[in-house]
Design a protein around this ligand. Structure first.
Ligand code: DGL
Length: 271
């Protein structure tokens, strides 16, 4: 079984890691990170659509099915047209986990952080509307976190990352919020930094839950796989192939840092 994962860069690894560690994902994994064109969230939408189509074609040619679009930005722009184009392929999309926040609704507000494209797309606005939470949601673009996450020297950028998150969060009275939704797959890489800043701004404030979609997507993926492949439970092996769209030693280092799965061999390929 060949399972595709796709993101603009390294963010989708947060989803892949969740699927491997907590859902015991097996099979041949092809993770395509578009390191040549990252970040997507601040680029022209037509350009992003074009490169996403191109990258998904690569995963289809490798024989992947299902394919996880482990990118909120690409999902919001392209999932409909991809499903129309490739009728035999199961696409698992990613959208900000606002439903998790809505289900736990406590009359407090919900802060949704995502890329500039995602926060403006109809897909997210419709979802918020459908859940009936439009009045309590604040949408914020936090594109710079994608750049930090992609940087191989990310661990040396702590000060800049803290400053950026503090600047974002200090605009809101967090006592009035119950959830911060990390609506970009890169953002969970900064979970600890968010916790730190919330604690700095509001010591002992424990009413804020930080949520992301990785668990929901992984569950959905495994459910879908088991529906189409009754022999899946017998699979023993996991092999991870990472496809880059431009050669980069930094990208390889960073994928290993993020996945942090020393026992699993990763094979790198160029698109
Ligand atoms: N990781 C992506 C997302 O979930 C895209 C970030 C970007 O390339 O701007 O939206």
């Amino acid at each position: 079984m060949k399972i595709g994962f796709f993101d603009s860069g390294l963010g989708g690894l947060t989803v892949l890691k969740e699927a491997i560690k907590n859902e015991k994902l097996k099979g041949e994994i092809y993770y395509l990170g578009d390191n040549k064109n990252t970040p997507y969230g601040i680029k022209n939408k037509d350009f992003v659509k074009m490169v996403v189509e191109d990258n998904i074609k690569t995963l289809v040619e490798y024989g992947c099915n299902p394919i996880v679009i482990a990118c909120n930005t690409a999902t919001s722009l392209c999932i409909k047209s991809l499903r129309e184009k490739y009728k035999d392929i199961i696409f698992i999309g990613t959208e900000p986990a606002v439903k998790v926040a809505a289900d736990a609704y406590t009359h407090k507000k919900i802060l949704v952080l995502a890329t500039s494209i995602t926060v403006k797309q109809e897909k997210l606005l419709n979802l918020i509307d459908k859940l009936g939470i439009s009045d309590c949601v604040e949408l914020v673009a936090a594109d710079k976190l994608v750049k930090f996450a992609e940087d191989v020297n990310c661990s040396n950028l702590k000060k800049e990352i803290y400053n950026y998150i503090e600047k974002l969060l200090s605009k809101y009275d967090l006592k009035k919020f119950s959830h911060i939704v990390l609506g970009c797959t890169h953002f969970p890489l900064f979970y600890d930094e968010f916790k730190y800043i919330i604690n700095k701004l509001y010591p002992n404030c424990d009413n804020i839950n930080i949520v992301d979609g990785a668990k929901g997507i992984s569950n959905n993926l495994i459910k879908n796989i088991k529906n189409v492949d009754k022999t899946y439970d017998n699979l023993k092996d996991l092999r991870v192939h990472i496809i880059m769209t431009k050669p980069s030693e930094e990208f390889k280092i960073r994928t290993k840092q993020i996945l942090d799965l020393p026992k699993i061999d990763i094979e790198y390929k160029l698109q």
